[in-house]
Design a protein around this ligand. Structure first.
Ligand SMILES: N[C@@H](CCC(=O)N[C@@H](CS)C(=O)NCC(=O)O)C(=O)O
Length: 203
């Protein structure tokens, strides 16, 4: 049985969304998003930095949301969530899959730190302004991508949606998706209409 170590309002939602989409049986271990639980000895045994998500599957224990999504797709996919290596969309799939943690999440982390994590007196408005600017720049090409596709890669849901699609949801929650990013707004409505996504973001 799969166990997902999960905190609400975090990247853990990516994994829960995928488990729900594949209708896999799983157990959820909800961890409070607070050092008392994240940095506990028990959780540090699962993740050296005390972060989420972490997935356990029999004798496997794995962290990094991107690696977890890859693992689940490789082992349990029944919806063709990743194109085969010979498919012409394979390189595009890889590119946007890694664009999430590589380009979108670094400025988003800074926005989160300077709006939610640091105490008000340590927040820096100039760093926040730059990070928001960079985040907007990094999602603009995704808006362009979504002008051609229903989901992020063509017209069906794929591994990229659980990663990059979820980061668009987070960017929107932080007020970083502007009204003129019409394709992203249309896409957010689409994923919001999915039962699997709703379960993930409301758990
Ligand atoms: N690159 C990692 C990032 C993991 C990460 O930083 N998770 C955040 C939640 S989204 C966390 O656990 N933060 C707790 C902390 O920083 O103490 C992944 O994709 O899993």
């Amino acid at each position: 049985m799969i166990t997902l170590h999960f905190s609400s309002n975090s990247r853990s939602q990516r994994v829960l969304w995928l488990l729900e989409e594949l209708e896999l049986p799983y157990k959820l271990n909800k961890i409070k998003f607070h050092p008392s639980e994240l940095k506990s000895e028990e959780h540090r045994k699962r993740h050296p930095l005390g972060r989420v998500p972490v997935l356990e599957d029999k004798d496997v224990i794995i962290f990094e949301s991107g690696a977890i999504i890859e693992y689940i797709i490789a082992k349990y996919d029944r919806k063709e969530l990743k194109p085969g290596v010979d498919s012409d969309i394979f390189p595009t799939y890889l590119q946007w899959y890694h664009y999430c943690e590589g380009m979108v999440m670094p400025p988003m982390n800074t926005v989160v730190v300077h709006t939610l994590i640091l105490p008000p007196e340590r927040r820096n408005p100039e760093i926040l302004r730059q990070a928001k600017n960079l985040l907007t720049k990094s999602i603009l090409p995704v808006d362009e991508l979504l002008s051609k596709n229903k989901f992020l890669i063509k017209d069906n849901i794929s591994g990229v949606d659980f990663m990059l699609g979820h980061s668009l949801f987070m960017a929107n929650n932080l007020g970083c998706v502007s009204d003129d990013m019409k394709n992203i707004l249309r896409y957010l409505e689409l994923i919001n209409s999915l039962k699997s996504f709703n379960k993930a973001v409301n758990t």
